[in-house]
Design a protein around this ligand. Structure first.
Ligand code: FAD
Ligand code: MLT
Ligand code: ZN
Length: 462
């Protein structure tokens, strides 16, 4: 351990306690590698403060000692933003795990940043309320991480992304000062809006310690259908029609052919409908009375657009359909270390993108395999690429996919963020004037480059 780290540890012992200062590589390893295994860093120290005051003290002392900090929640981020790739200190939010009682009158809750999504969901369910964002990493991802990445997930078409759920935040800035605005007022035009600024800031502007979230009435009745399509165009057209006609529409998720066959092998269950199709939608309707009839009528009126349909009404048959979507990520990781490219396209460009991408990738590396799936209701396609033998594909693949998305007017990051994986591609979507404004904000709030200095913003000379 270097002298600088030893001195810092001595000072921090009085703040968080020795048990929450991890130095042995056996203990820090899990904090240094990301969920996919693609991003592997190293850290001299993991610090686990228990409350906002401790976070503030930790930030001040760590900055004074000259170390940069990577804030880390559940470490489920997919763009290499949550791990110490340059030997930074890791500040884990796992002990910021208090949920205040649900404010039933306002339909809001205040949670610590380290509360997992699943725990927050269970907590608010006792008041028959739901969190507006849901995603498959729910057992590990945290409220703070979800705000910092502006997470999307499966219900964006109904409730919006994480930014829309956050009414207030408490956060520690890079100089250790605390900003706290947790009243949860629906209208509050008193200047710059910290929740908006911090949503999607990926740990570069502040460490979120608590958040006030808007909640939604729990919808008791659900119906889930899997629809198979002979072409990507048909799946896109059906999505548009369903969005127009189904008032109880809760999710429209997509799995394209190769991803469907991979997940079906992985879970050892046959493709439920339309084995030879090109695309499958998982469509969910949710309401406070049975939405089955509304969904059935809408699916019926899609006529010959749909090649085959399977329906789940009780929770076991619904879960059976959902596993084909929720287990794709795991199925891909079981085969190797993918590059994860997460793009959004306008509806009119989606079919072009999905149809062209395999040829674009194969022209660069014939050995790569491409798996596509995502949130079609939001125009969000996840392009996952494995190189031959499950190794990482060549970097040129990332450039080609992201450039093609940008050329079609799409975004190079729909919901995962920029992290370290995509920062050198940010110019595809952001002008130099925008990047200058981004840097100015970062410089104003973190002039000493303490908070996640290697994330989001590209190097100055690129
Ligand atoms: P981490 O991975 O720990 O951190 C992510 C980023 O946020 C890092 O830059 C980190 O520095 C920063 N950060 C974390 N906590 C704080 C804090 N308190 N203050 C400031 N900065 C902080 N994402 C989606 O959007 N939609 C999906 O559908 C989706 N599905 C997923 C499914 C699986 C199986 C997996 C593994 C991931 C999925 N993700 C999805 C990605 C990931 O779960 C989200 O990005 C999530 O929001 C990350 O939360 P986390 O707590 O794990 O954050
Ligand atoms: C998903 O929608 O399943 C996630 O964003 C995870 C992924 O892209 O692998
Ligand atoms: Zn996703």
């Amino acid at each position: 351990m270097s002298d600088g780290v030893s001195r810092l540890v001595r000072k921090l012992k009085g703040v968080v306690g020795d048990n929450h200062l991890l130095r042995d590589t056996d203990l820090t390893a899990g904090y240094s590698t990301d969920w996919t295994g693609r991003f592997q860093g190293h850290t001299p120290l993991v610090i686990r403060p228990a409350n906002t005051a401790e976070v503030a003290e930790v930030v001040m002392l760590t900055a004074e000692a000259g170390f940069a900090i990577v804030p880390q929640g559940g470490n489920t981020g997919l763009v290499g933003g949550s791990v110490p790739l340059n030997g930074e200190v890791v500040l884990s939010t796992m002990r910021l795990n208090d949920c205040e009682p649900v404010d039933q009158l306002a339909q809001q809750v205040t949670c610590g940043a380290g509360v997992t999504l699943a725990r927050a969901q269970t907590h608010v369910a006792s008041a028959s309320l739901d969190i507006g964002v849901d995603l498959a990493a729910r057992d590990s991802c945290t409220i703070g991480g979800m705000i910092a990445t502006n997470a999307g997930g499966i219900n964006v078409l109904r409730y919006g992304a994480m930014r829309e759920q956050v009414l207030g935040v408490e956060a520690v800035l890079a100089d250790g000062s605390v900003v706290s605005h947790l009243e949860g007022l629906e209208k509050d035009n008193t200047g710059y809006h910290f929740p908006s600024l911090l949503a999607g800031s990926e740990g570069t502007l502040a460490i979120i310690t608590r958040a006030r979230l808007r909640l939604h009435p729990h919808l008791t009745d659900r119906c889930t259908a899997m629809l198979a399509f002979d072409s990507v165009e048909d799946a896109v057209a059906a999505t548009s029609a369903l969005r127009r006609s189904v008032t109880s529409l809760h999710a429209v998720e997509v799995i394209f052919r190769d991803a469907m066959h991979l997940v079906s092998q992985h879970i050892n269950s046959a493709v439920p409908v339309g084995t030879n199709s090109e695309a499958w939608l998982i469509v969910e309707a949710a309401a406070s009375s049975d939405p089955t009839e509304e969904l059935a009528v809408a699916i019926d009126s899609l006529g010959r657009l749909v090649a085959d349909v399977g329906v789940g009404v009780d929770s076991s048959s619904r879960n059976n359909l959902w596993q084909y979507r929720e287990k794709v990520t795991e199925a891909i990781s079981a085969k190797g270390t993918p590059h994860k490219l997460d793009v959004t396209l306008g509806a009119s460009k989606l079919a072009d993108f999905v149809t062209q991408i395999p040829a674009i990738i194969s022209a660069i590396d014939r050995g790569s395999s491409v798996y596509m799936f995502g949130h079609l209701g939001d125009g969000n396609v996840h392009v996952n690429v494995l190189g031959s033998g499950g190794n990482e594909p060549p970097e040129a693949v990332d450039a080609a996919v992201l450039e093609y998305a940008a050329k079609l007017g799409g975004s190079i990051s729909a919901e995962h963020g920029i992290g370290t994986a995509k920062k050198e591609f940010l110019h595809l979507n952001r002008t130099s004037a925008e990047l200058f404004a981004f840097r100015s904000i970062k410089h104003a709030l973190d002039p000493r480059q303490i908070l996640n200095p290697h994330v989001l913003l590209p190097s100055e000379d690129s």
